[in-house]
Design a protein around this ligand. Structure first.
Ligand code: BES
Ligand code: ZN
Length: 901
């Protein structure tokens, strides 16, 4: 694909097969910064040598938006040229090390892309992954060049009292003119994407800990002075992370000092810079008054995630950016396991797994089926920032999870140990990782099937697993037949069969009992669950001594990232929902029941035929889950939540978003009114939680009470009842925590009740000084249930609100993304106004921050599935964006792929 940026400069496609080792190594780097918002001076002194394995050639250093003042080689001036942003040096010594000194300046205050060195709230921050370091100085900006860094920061002492960088503080002191300095030495070699500096007025919570191995560490969480009361949870999460990585994988903290710093201007969630993690405030700051249970849980997993990168990412890093899933997929897997291991009850583990799978299926499956589909290890890209995707992250984590399933938990830990023994301190590939896990488990299925297993890295698309069963009552056998297939994806027409670990069981159709599994031809003792490792396009297995007609429970725990096609009858799904010992498949049965009703209603033109909605048996099953004496509240909340509009859309070949919205809303109203008495019971039984703690059990109770309240307000909307909206308003005013307060507010806002207006006003005045809470206030309104098109005008008003600021990514996301990417019922309008708005915002954001703009651009990825008039209108909007000649590579890549045939 040749993508034209303008007539003269086609954007370059980077290909994995073109990888070659660097021509030079950088051994040491000494960076000196004279920090100044308007003009920061950077002196970069490096020692380099040629890579003897590569033919002698010029040194080409990456740079972006830098002003070059001076270049010295071994202290003397030298000739150089600038070529397409790179600094090119031809006449370098052929033998041995040499010193290269580069003096540049940059303008942090003007850096709206938030890549490289930038200013946020009068402090300095850096973001270097993936290719931001080249915006700080000329360098070999690639992850396989690892160097020892020493950093000296100089700045005005009153304005920037805290000066931080990676590693250990070795020196600090005062300078003339009210300035001061600090020198930091990182004891570990690292690629430049892990470099960080922070300077500003910050305060920190700190804690000293002694690790199992007796080593002492200083942990610090730096925030703005008013935010100290929101740092306790992040610190607790960090301590839990340190303990967990040592206990589960034997990986100890390798630093004397580990720092987390929060900033409110951040493109992503957080960044794992060595010893100096930089976080979006959203994933650090929390107390019960300002953060919801979900915020608390997210903070725990993001703190864990970045901490776990210290080994999986930093100690062993990626050879090139095509290997991104090597660190991201693995580290997501690790943070998922961490959150699960912190759950006190097994049921909470299952809830976490369901939530993770829901993210995969509602976000990654569509990506895998759309124009941006790519393998877990992509073959090419134009802008690497566009490849920090749910495929690299979430599907990558599933690939690692399948390896663990194939070698067992202990085998996986052994594999990790071998991976570190082999590769610690180097930059490696996904092949190296898979090889280590397999080699540590030579008798495992993974080891035997490794080349085939690795198709998960190279083939894009979500495989489908078509399944049928045959029960022979006379012979008492049950045969399950599987056929796998994978749809074509851009650039990949035909796919080879995958290795699919299918965890399964049989549940008695009439008894509901878990049937013992006796595999035909196997002498192994019968078990309740079986792991079938599928490798062929079509295969079947037979179980013997099946005394009763069984219902198959397929893909337990979601043991592979595939779509299971099985023609369940309603009765079979009801059996699984009531009896499956696997909580994942129990939840899955509820989703299939609801999905099937939704799809039937959408197809049947339900509004006219009156066949809309959930059938009586499904309603009754939902009721018995809701009233169940022993099931967890969190699990109940998941079962009683209908599949999202975007998940429903993914099941259809032709998508009418308004129809999906109308059908799902009708189903919600039906659940609300038919279960009214049950919701009332659920609310009353779960709304008192005693003192606030964000643990899984009490979060689950709050989540269920919140759902119940929203259902009660929804039913009230229809009946005209004022009692429940009144109670919701009262709850909103009296709640002692943000979860309950926000749930009550949402119930009023989504039902469009008159009390929503005063509640929103009150919420704003209560929290006008809390930017993260204001983000919620904006997001709630932009994500509000549409009733006749009122949301878009409201969103346009929000953009004019004095608290709106498009330059702040969190605020832009809270309004623009909440509307375009998370509110399909309001975004897809027959008058195309949603798409016009989208195009305007993509273009506006692109001029400020292309990385954020490109994420928004993806809101129309699936336009080809839309029915008219949406399809044509979406295409026009995409073309309007694509027509802009000075579009960033980021947005250009996304819209070109969307428009490609
Ligand atoms: N390494 C990434 C941060 C990053 C992402 C840098 C994209 C450059 C471009 C970090 O480890 C990460 O993955 N952060 C996630 C959150 C995480 C919990 C999945 C993020 O920022 O969304
Ligand atoms: Zn990460």
């Amino acid at each position: 694909m040749l993508l034209l940026r303008d007539a003269n400069t086609p954007a370059a496609v980077i290909r994995r097969e073109d990888y070659s080792a660097p021509a030079f190594w950088i051994d040491t780097v000494h960076l000196s910064f004279d920090l100044d918002a308007a003009k920061t001076r950077v002196l970069n002194k490096m020692t380099l040598r040629r890579n003897p394995d590569v033919p002698a050639q010029a040194l080409r250093l990456d740079g972006d938006e830098l002003n070059l003042a001076r270049v010295l080689v071994n202290g003397a001036g030298t000739s150089f040229k600038l070529d397409a942003g790179q600094l090119v040096l031809e006449n370098l010594p052929l033998e041995g090390s040499f010193e290269l000194e580069i003096f540049t300046t940059c303008a942090p205050a003007k850096n709206t892309k938030l890549m490289g060195l930038y200013v946020s709230n009068d402090s300095f921050f850096t973001q270097c992954e993936a290719e931001g370091f080249r915006r700080i100085t000329y360098y070999l900006d690639r992850p396989d060049v690892m160097a020892s860094f020493t950093v000296t920061l100089r700045a005005d002492k009153a304005k920037y009292p805290v000066l931080l960088s990676n590693g250990n503080l070795t020196e600090q002191g005062d300078l003339e003119d009210g300035r001061h300095f600090a020198t930091w030495v990182d004891p570990h070699r690292k690629p430049c994407y892990l470099f960080a500096l922070v300077a500003g007025q910050l305060v920190c919570r700190e804690q000293r800990i002694t690790a199992r191995n007796g080593r002492e560490h200083l942990l610090q969480v730096y925030v703005r002075p008013g935010d100290m009361d929101k740092t306790e949870h992040a610190m607790a999460s960090l301590i839990n992370s340190v303990i967990w990585d040592e206990a589960r994988f034997g990986l100890a903290l390798d630093l004397e000092r580990f720092m987390i710093v929060a900033t409110s201007d951040f493109n992503m969630g957080a960044m794992e810079n060595k010893g100096l993690n930089v976080f979006n405030t959203k994933y650090v700051l929390a107390n019960q008054a300002t953060a919801t249970d979900i915020d608390f849980a997210n903070i725990e997993s993001v703190v864990g995630h970045e901490y776990f990168h210290n080994w999986t990412g930093n100690r062993i890093t990626c050879r090139d950016w095509f290997q991104l899933s090597l660190k991201e997929g693995l580290t997501v897997f690790r943070d998922q396991e961490f959150s699960m291991d912190l759950c006190a009850e097994p049921s909470a583990r299952a809830v976490k797994r369901i939530e993770d799978v829901r993210v995969l299926r509602t976000n990654q499956f569509p990506e895998d089926a759309g124009p941006m589909a790519h393998p877990v290890r992509p073959d090419s890209y134009i802008e690497i920032n566009n490849f920090y995707t749910v495929t690299i992250y979430e599907k990558g984590a599933e690939v690692v999870r399948m390896m663990q399933t194939l070698v067992g938990r202990a085998g996986f830990a052994k594999g990790m140990t071998l991976y570190f023994a082999r590769h610690d301190g180097s930059a490696v590939t996904c092949d190296d990782f898979a090889q280590a896990i397999a080699d540590a488990n030579p008798d495992s299925a993974l080891s035997k099937l490794l080349p085939q297993f690795k198709r998960w890295y190279s083939q894009a698309g979500t495989p489908r697993l078509a399944t049928t069963t045959h029960y022979d009552a006379a012979a008492q056998t049950c045969t399950l037949s599987f056929a796998q297939s994978c749809p074509a994806t851009p650039g990949q027409e035909a796919k080879e069969p995958f290795v699919i670990p299918v965890s399964l069981g049989l549940v008695g159709a009439s008894s509901g009992a878990a049937l013992p599994l006796q595999l035909q031809g196997s002498s192994a003792a019968a078990s309740d669950s079986h792991l079938f490792v599928m490798t062929q396009a079509a295969e079947s297995i037979t179980f013997e001594n099946v005394l009763e007609e069984p219902v198959p429970s397929i893909l337990r725990g979601f043991s592979a990232p595939v779509i299971v096609d099985f023609e369940y009858t309603d009765a079979q799904l009801l059996t699984l929902l009531a009896n499956d010992p696997d909580p994942f498949n129990r939840w899955e049965a509820s989703q299939r029941l609801a999905l099937r009703c939704a799809i039937a209603s959408i197809a049947a033109d339900a509004v006219t035929t009156g066949t809309e909605g959930l059938d009586d048996a499904t309603i009754a099953a939902m009721r018995s889950v809701l009233r169940h004496p022993t099931l967890d509240a969190a699990f109940k909340e998941l079962v009683l939540t209908l599949p999202s509009e975007s998940y429903i859309a993914e099941q259809l070949d032709l998508v009418d978003p308004q129809r999906i919205h109308a059908v799902r809303e009708a189903m919600r109203e039906q659940l609300a009114s038919e279960l009214a008495a049950d919701w009332q019971w659920a609310y009353e039984a779960h709304c008192q939680n005693g003192g606030y703690r964000p643990d899984t059990l009490s979060s689950g109770r709050r989540a269920l009470a919140g759902l119940a309240l929203s259902m009660l307000c929804l039913a009230a909307r229809r009946s005209g009842d004022t009692v429940w909206p009144g109670k919701a308003y009262q709850r909103f005013k009296d709640a002692d925590n943000m979860t309950d307060r926000f749930n009550a507010l949402s119930a009023l806002v989504h039902t469009g009740h008159a009390l929503a207006t005063p509640a929103l006003a009150r919420f704003h005045s209560l929290f006008k000084a809390e930017e993260l809470v204001l983000d919620k206030w904006f997001a709630l309104q932009a994500g509000c249930t549409d009733r006749g098109g009122q949301v878009l005008p409201a969103v346009r008003q929000l953009l004019k609100h004095p608290d709106f600021n498009i330059r702040n990514p969190n605020r832009a996301r809270s309004v623009i993304f909440s509307y375009c990417s998370a509110n399909p019922g309001a975004f897809h309008r027959t008058d195309a106004a949603g798409y016009v708005f989208w195009a305007d915002q993509v273009l506006a954001l692109d001029a400020i921050n292309p990385q954020v703009a490109a994420r928004l651009a993806r809101a129309l990825d699936r336009w080809k599935k839309l029915v008219e008039p949406y399809r044509n209108a979406a295409c026009e909007a995409l073309k309007r964006v694509a027509a802009k000649s000075d579009l960033s590579n980021d947005v250009r890549e996304v819209v070109s792929r969307a428009l490609a045939d």
